[in-house]
Design a protein around this ligand. Sequence first.
Ligand code: SAM
Length: 248
Amino acid sequence: MEWVKGFYKKQSDFLKDCYLSEVDDFAKEKVSIIEKMVNKKNINILDLGAGGGQNAIAMSLNGYSVTMIELLEEFTAHAEKLAKQYNQDLTIIQGDFYKVKLDQTFDLVTYWDGFGIGTDEEQRLLFKRIASWIKKDGIVLIEVYTPWYAGYSEGKEMSFGDVKRKYGFDPLNSRWLDSWWKVGDEEQVINQSLRCYSPADFKLMIEGTGLTLDKIEPCLQYDGGERLYPGIEKLGKSITYLAKMIKV
Ligand SMILES: C[S@@+](CC[C@H](N)C(=O)[O-])C[C@H]1O[C@@H](n2cnc3c(N)ncnc32)[C@H](O)[C@@H]1O
């Protein structure tokens, strides 16, 4: 997973600091998802791979007590700035969720956009860690990429000013491939590879981690700022779904 830090830093530079933005409606949507799927008041939340902290601040603004973990220092520095700006008291940890030690347990663990960077074995290791971080009746919400959207998107290109993005798909390993480069500088391409799981495969992958699948909810239907399949909230058309897990 050596590519992770370099990829997100460069992607953020390419997209003019996309991870260093304000708390937008997209972040606020996360609160309605939590209300719909968790429906518990006065809970504490651990947000993993939290980027610039927009979702964490949106959750904190809604009265939840939030801790966030993020690998990149620049992103946690931005989260600190947002926390001051919105006068929110949350715990911001710069670190690796595969290594960090936490001295607290949580009612809810979230991971929005980004799950699947590792191998199945690494994913299982993360879930074992998460199982140890949640309370007895704790809940985990993970946004998972679907193989059907990744397969459909293969070859699709997008432009963001002078930056280009192209999707690929590795059907043997069910991994979504995502390449970015600056026009005229094609040799400096950056790539990410994300494991995509159908709910049936996800269920098998988490076996033995201490977590079990409770519910699936279709989630992201936007791509490159464009809303896909307007008005359709179908799992079979979604880019991602939310896997709600509980302790075994
Ligand atoms: C696609 S971004 C999503 C950020 C945020 N969740 C959002 O929805 O805007 C994924 C984030 O996960 C972070 N990340 C990846 N691996 C991580 C790790 N091992 N520990 C902590 N953060 C990690 C990356 O640095 C990146 O900021």
